[in-house]
Unconditional design. Sequence first.
Length: 298
Amino acid sequence: MTAGDTIEVRDPRFGSVVGTAAVVEKLAGGFLFTEGPLWHARERYLLFSDMPGDHMRKWTAGGGISTFRKPCAQSNGLTWDRQGRLVVCQHATSTLSRTEPDGTSVVLASHHQGKELNSPNDVVAKSNGAIYFTDPTYGRLEYYGNPRPLQLDFRGVWRVGADPRAPVLLADDFGQPNGLCFSLDERHLFVNDTERKHIRRFDVMADGSLANGRVWAETTGPGKGAPDGMKIDSAGNIYCCGPGGIHVFAPDAACLGVIRMPETAANFCFGDDDLQSLYVTASTSLYRVRVATPGTAQ
């Protein structure tokens, strides 16, 4: 794709956020289905998941692609906790896990009232250490996960609790909750719904619970794709996967435009020293796009 083919401007503010042209650079390809990109700022590498391949990979500018973990319980979304430990959404086991410094894995969430979670999908850590995650059913589907009957009759948004068998249920009225991110001041949590093709915004209460959930924006337009990965930049703009690529929303919820991708985008993260590189996992490939406004490490 040429620079002229990769942007759809819907608001003149798009230029100051993304740029007047976006060059989509393919870094690697030939995967089955890529997801969960996560940048390591100190060591300057990117992790990402290939769920059908049961393979977590690592990319560096000098070394290209290498194996980070295989098998990986069909990992999906990834994040760092506030101690720098890797937190992993695992499709094959329907658990959320944390990797300790010695390499051992600790289960953070697994069940609700004796029933298995559906399949933790995406995860974010709050500055106070609290970990929030979404739990749609995609990890129980053929190809993307481990096919098996559902035990829960809802798809929830959760916070990790003291007991992995008792995470804290925050919302249970989603079609398929997916990507999530906090506002810059952490007073709000944005959670998108792949099935309903919109983004909801919740107030984050003092006790960590969520209240006043309401539709904040919708992803509309031509092309394949739906709400999936979602991040916030340093100016409070929300980036969210959607039809045709990555949709960029201003803090007032206006859609500024779309970064069009050559394959269906599933997720992305900000990376590089200046946090102005958008690393995008899109179907069989990994891409990079430079943007004007720096991102955040969420």
